[in-house]
Design a protein around this ligand. Structure first.
Ligand code: RB5
Length: 147
């Protein structure tokens, strides 16, 4: 799968772990930065380009990391076509895709440790949207908000 990743300084260390992890699982990874740790950088500068790449189809899914995952999810959801959520538990990591077609997983680099993050990522990437009518109906109502 083509996967985009992004992080500010709060998520930089976890993003590096995630990058290696995804590559070891044969995913094609595009890193939208940061490319180095800089405690003055701002999460929208990395998360928004990733979100736009998801919306355009350049990457299939994304993983964004900031300190808490909150800022990343707020910024990403401003981009039409992106369905981002801050995820801290296994159930939501897959159900968010199955029911809500989540295409961007947001994590807190100061909240979620590397091993837990890997498990959340596996659940996210293995999950598929069910295509159920009720979920499509709800998503259509959400999509209306974009126009
Ligand atoms: C940066 O210090 C921090 O505010 C940011 O990474 C993030 O947690 C915002 O939600």
């Amino acid at each position: 799968m083509k996967i985009g990743i992004a992080a500010d300084h709060g998520g930089f260390a976890l993003k590096e772990v995630i990058k290696t992890f995804l590559q070891s699982r044969q995913h094609e990874v595009t890193d939208f930065g940061a490319t180095a740790y800089n405690d003055q950088d701002d999460y929208p500068d990395f998360v928004v380009p990733l979100a736009r790449a998801i919306a355009s189809g350049e990457v299939t899914r994304g993983i964004a990391v900031c300190g808490s995952g909150v800022g990343a999810s707020i910024a990403a959801n401003k981009v039409a076509g992106v369905r981002a959520a801050l995820i801290n538990d296994h159930f939501s990591a897959h159900q968010g895709v199955e029911d809500d077609d989540m295409n961007l997983l947001c994590l807190g680099g100061r909240v979620t440790g590397p091993e837990a993050a890997k498990e959340l990522i596996i659940a996210f990437l293995n999950a598929k949207f069910t295509d159920a009518e009720r979920h499509k109906r709800r998503l259509a109502k959400v999509k209306q908000l974009e126009s």
